[in-house]
Design a binder for this molecule. Sequence first.
Ligand code: 13P
Length: 259
Amino acid sequence: MRTPLVVGNWKMHGTVAEARVLATGLRDGLKRPRGVHVAVCPPFTALAAVSEILAGSPIQLGAQNCHHEPAGAHTGEISVPMLAELGCRWVLAGHSERRKEMGESDEQIKLKVRAILSHDLTPVLCVGETADERRQGLTFTTVEGQLRAGLAGLSADQIAKTVLAYEPVWAIGTGVNATPGQAAEVQGYLRGLLSELASKEIAQTVRILYGGSVKAENAEALMAEPEVDGALVGGASLNAQGFIGIVRKAARIGTAAKE
Ligand code: 13P
C-alpha cells in the first residue's frame, strides 16, 4: 500500500506575509489528515516563516530546488543542508520550468537527486513530455530518458527513497489536465522502468505523483487510478481551501485502500 502524497508547489508566488496566511490556513484546516501525506514547497524566502507555522503540524515542508554542493562559491544558490536546517524534508528536482527556463540538464538533476538523498531528504524527481513530444509519439522516450538520467547510479535502496512526479508540460498551468487514463498509462510505464532499475518489489513501493492542472474537481478521478499515488499541485495549492479539498480527496482514497 502506497500512502497517497499531496505536494503543493507554490512556485514564485507570495511574500512572506502572504505565505504566513496560506500556511496558517492549511495548518488550521488540516489538523489530522488520515491516510495521506502532505507537503508544501514555498519559495525559499518564505521557508523559515512557514516552517515555524507548520512546526508540530502533520504538513511537511519542502523546497522547490537546491544546489548539489553542500556549500561553496555558488552565488545565489541554496544547498540541501541549508534546507534541512529550516526543516525541509522534501526537495523537487527537475521541474520542467527549471529545465526550460534555467536550462537545467539531466546531469545537473542527477547530481541534485544524489545530494538530496545524501542528506536524508526525499527528492521528488519530475519528468514529463512537451505537447510537441506527445504529438510526435515521443512521450515514453522522453520520460524514460529523464527517469534513467535522474536516477543514474543510484542503488536500489536509494531508488526506494525517491518520489517521482509525472508532469506533462502541456498540462502545467493550462487548465488542461491529462486524463486519468493518460496519467495511468505513463505512470505505469515509469513503474515498469523502476522494476528494471531497482526491483519489482521496490517499484511497488515508490510513489508516483501526477501534476498538471490538478484541482479539487479533477483530483479524485486522477488519484483513483491505482498508478497515481497523489498529486503535485501548482496553482490550486495557493488557495488553502482548494488545496485542502485535494488533500481530502486523496485521504478518502488512501483510507479506503487501507480498509
Ligand atoms: P499547475 O497545477 O498550476 O498546473 O502546476 C503544476 C506544477 O507544475 C506543479 O509542480
